[in-house]
Design a protein around this ligand. Structure first.
Ligand code: SF4
Length: 244
């Protein structure tokens, strides 16, 4: 199976497993931008628990840009790193107001100039809020794309360039966001839960082979042939702490 085959099959399986690409609740690009910044190092559920209060009090960049940092910190505290995050979302709102007329720009070149916004956050906002394809690469995507044998690189820009060549643009946003979800829930950094993983019958880093053998391929992957039979022996589990 080629890397492109694995990318397409993984995208399809993860789409079935995680139908919603983002669980961050938002009503417009501004809310998506702020929610994405707040989602660093925490769960979407935690972000969703604070954003209704935050956006009721500060509904637009003008309101948040002039907010009292202590008040913002108190609201977003459950998301962790609240001091830095409050400073960042107030700064990003001020930049939107000063340089983009209070609107969230829809070009990655502009988005990455905002405080706290790197390519990963920019790609998430572009894909989810504007429907513009983007492949966000965070620590989970870096780990999973390497384990799945889609890249050998650790450079986010190179990973983005390599994986986006393997999939049609309409799959980029969904695949990257689903890899993030899968990395948080199943393909954990230290102890990947391979026995529970829907990709374990073709993932080159799987510590197990799926019970019951090959899963049925779907219409869009009928040309993909799985490499079963070549390595059916159970691999020894990696020791905790070993790099994958
Ligand atoms: S089979 Fe294991 S290593 Fe491969 S993606 Fe799934 S959890 Fe990660």
């Amino acid at each position: 199976m080629t890397a492109k085959d694995r990318a397409r099959l993984a995208a399809e399986r993860l789409k079935a497993l995680y139908p919603a690409v983002s669980e961050l609740e938002h009503a417009d690009p501004f809310q998506m931008l702020i929610a994405t910044i707040l989602s660093a190092q925490t769960t979407d559920r935690s972000v969703n628990s604070v954003t209704p209060t935050l956006f009721a009090r500060y509904p637009d960049p003008a309101a948040l840009a002039h907010a009292n940092p202590a008040e913002v910190e108190a609201i977003i505290k459950p998301t962790g790193f609240f001091h830095v995050k409050a400073k960042t979302i107030i700064g990003a709102s001020a930049a939107l107001l000063e340089r983009f007329n209070g609107e969230v720009p829809s070009r990655i070149e502009d988005l990455v100039t905002l405080p706290g916004v790197g390519r990963k956050t920019a790609n998430v906002v572009l894909g989810v809020a504007f429907g513009i394809p983007g492949f966000a690469v965070d620590t989970h995507v870096k780990r999973l794309t390497r384990r799945l044998g889609l890249t050998k690189s650790t450079d986010p820009v190179k990973i983005e360039a390599e994986v986006t060549k393997m999939l049609p643009p309409e799959e980029w946003t969904g695949f990257s966001l689903r890899l993030i979800l899968h990395g948080r829930r199943i393909c954990l950094a230290r102890t990947p839960r391979c026995p529970e993983c829907v990709l374990n019958d073709f993932c080159p880093s799987s510590t197990v082979r799926a019970r019951g053998g090959r899963r049925p391929l779907t219409a869009t992957t009928t040309g993909v042939r799985l490499a079963h039979g070549r390595r059916t022996a159970r691999k020894r589990p990696r020791r905790p702490g070993t790099r994958h």
